[in-house]
Design a protein around this ligand. Structure first.
Ligand SMILES: NC(=O)C1=CN([C@@H]2O[C@H](COP(=O)(O)OP(=O)(O)OC[C@H]3O[C@@H](n4cnc5c(N)ncnc54)[C@H](O)[C@@H]3O)[C@@H](O)[C@H]2O)C=CC1
Ligand SMILES: O=C(O)CCC(=O)C(=O)O
Length: 529
């Protein structure tokens, strides 16, 4: 039974799928402190959060069983991704479910700041009928600068056109062609600062976007600009903004987010009559909360059940077309890694992954992670290494990972070869996906074989002489070890040969010791896949 902890208020309807799952037990405990979380997280396999819970390295460290942290929303700045990656904890988010909702909140804020709605409301309910103080401006024919043309920024631009606004968009990934298709102008930050009447930011908070609008930008800003931030506190320098308002550069601002949330009681935004605020409500609609909770719950279930999943934040996304090609190779890659790690003695120095045939033209990065996981898990334990942290762990341990590709695969349409270089040896194994047979090991060092990479294998290197196979079989039989399949690979008749047996149970060490006493027998090695 998997245990899932929900530590923020998350839509009940959204997590229904988890609650209904027969193999999952859900505990809802919103509002726990870090210490309280540290005390209980050890018993959970998954943690579901919104933006309140700060998932710190301490919590990850205490989460010995934790496989996944699911964020019901977009921004994952409340989750320590570095610590999660190091511990192999998958972090997933729900990037699509609250896009429209946040876009609509941006418009609510833009219109509210253009027409002084909150200020006018306060006076009216306070009994003052003041129609003079709240002269507003139209959106029509105004220039709107959109910083960050991702999901939300693009939806904002689309709707702003309906208001008759001219849109300047800036995003490092926005091309001239896409801007043209959207009917907006591709602009620089400087263009927006100097020309926009309204500006709205929709970027993540990164070292690059922190204070991207600060004193320097306010100094050259078009006077009378109105600014909206429904993305992340800190993209706009709060103190510099207050100064710019006091200097008459900025006519008004609408903020849903703060550098520190909740803001301090004496935060200057809270008393400035030209700044309107909401308490991080961008995603707070019934629809969005259901959407993000449903999305994240589904992915958490997949991860707990070891099924393919999407939206991992601490793993590069795999495009659908690449995934469909690579997915069948994932088990093969991992088994080859595990096989070669068990076969090769000594401290691992280098893993060389060679792809030949059909795989030469594919971005194999996701598959590399499986191979490296297979190798490292043998040394570090399967619970310590997964496809999220395998590359990171290899780097941390100075294990070089080299990837080669060639379009020629001799007798196969596709071939994956893993070579392991250690302080003591260099061994290699090749595998292929065979139509109708699935994954097969087709070569071990220079011996051609044909073995399914599963179960208990016994590898025996020997001289190719009559009677050896029978002697090994007799010794196994005498010890109640049943042979399921047997293969012999040899280069030359009478030369060195490799016997690969699949056996129904693991061969005890005492039997191996006995087998290696046979004449002409060099080595015997048990491998479990
Ligand atoms: N207020 C709220 O409740 C909510 C806030 N958000 C926040 O809104 C922001 C945008 O979310 P999405 O559109 O879903 O994300 P997204 O990832 O689809 O878009 C972000 C865009 O920002 C761009 N970007 C990155 N660095 C940039 C830079 N230096 N200058 C200009 N553009 C840059 C990226 O290329 C990307 O296109 C995020 O910070 C997210 O956390 C999202 C949902 C709700
Ligand atoms: O969960 C929330 O309300 C915050 C949403 C948000 O900021 C995000 O998804 O990035």
């Amino acid at each position: 039974m998997f245990k899932v902890l929900v530590s923020d208020p998350i839509s009940d309807l959204g997590i229904q799928k988890l609650v209904d799952a027969a193999d999952v037990a859900v505990d809802k405990k919103p509002g726990l402190s870090e210490d309280e979380l540290v005390a209980i997280i050890g018993e959970y396999d998954a943690l579901l959060v919104r933006s309140q819970t700060r998932v710190t390295p301490r919590i990850m460290e205490a989460g010995k069983k934790l496989k996944v942290v699911g964020r019901a929303g977009v921004g994952v700045d409340n989750i320590d991704l570095e610590a999660a990656t190091q511990r192999g904890i998958i972090v997933i988010n729900a990037p699509d479910g609250n896009t429209i909702t946040t876009c609509e909140h941006t418009f609510a804020m833009m219109m509210a700041v253009a027409r002084h709605i909150p200020q006018a409301y306060l006076k009216t309910v306070g009994g003052v009928w003041d129609r003079k103080s709240f002269l507003g401006v139209e959106l029509r024919n105004k220039v709107l600068g959109v910083m960050g043309m991702g999901r939300i920024g693009s939806e904002v631009a689309k709707r702003a056109k309906a208001f008759g606004m001219e849109i300047l968009g800036y995003d490092p990934f926005l091309t001239e062609e896409r801007a043209e298709k959207m009917g907006i102008k591709l602009a620089s930050v400087d263009d927006i600062i100097r020309n926009a009447d309204f500006m709205t930011v929709h970027t993540p908070l990164t070292p690059e976007t922190r204070h991207m609008i600060s004193r320097k930008q306010f100094e050259v800003m078009k006077p009378g600009m109105r600014i909206v931030n429904c993305a992340r506190g800190g993209i706009i320098d709060e103190l510099a903004l207050v100064e710019a308002i006091d200097q008459g550069i900025v006519a008004g601002a609408a903020f849903d987010v703060f550098e520190v949330e909740p803001p301090a009681e004496d935060h200057p935004f809270l008393t400035n009559p030209k700044i309107i605020v909401t308490p991080h409500l961008g995603a707070s609609t019934v629809e969005a909360q259901e959407n993000v909770a449903i999305d994240v719950s589904e992915q958490v279930l997949h991860i707990l059940r070891d099924e393919p999943f999407i939206n991992a934040v601490n793993m590069p996304p795999i495009p659908a077309n690449v995934r469909s090609v690579l997915q069948p190779y994932f088990p093969l890659g991992e088994k080859l890694g595990s096989f070669i790690a068990q076969l090769t003695a000594g401290a691992v120095k280098e893993i060389v992954i060679s792809y030949a045939g059909d795989l030469a033209d594919v971005d194999t990065q996701p598959l590399n992670r499986y191979v490296v996981r297979g190798v490292l898990a043998h040394h570090l334990g399967t619970d310590q290494v997964n496809v999220v942290n395998s590359m990171h762990l290899a780097k941390e341990r100075s294990v070089n990972v080299v990837v080669n590709k060639s379009s020629v695969a001799k007798d196969f349409t596709n071939l994956v070869t893993v070579t392991l270089r250690t302080e003591e040896a260099e061994r290699k194994v090749s595998g292929a996906l065979m139509t109708g047979y699935g994954p097969r090991i087709v070569q071990i060092d220079s011996y051609p074989v044909d073995v399914a990479p599963e179960g208990n294998l016994l590898l025996v290197s020997h001289t190719d002489k009559p009677g050896i196979i029978g002697s090994v079989g007799t010794k196994l039989g005498n010890n109640d070890v049943n042979i399921a399949t047997m293969q012999v690979g040899r280069k030359l008749a009478g030369g060195d040969a490799l016997m690969v047996l699949t056996v129904d149970k693991q061969v005890p060490a005492s039997v191996i010791d006995d087998i290696v006493t046979l004449p002409e027998l060099h080595k015997a090695k048990v491998i479990s896949l």
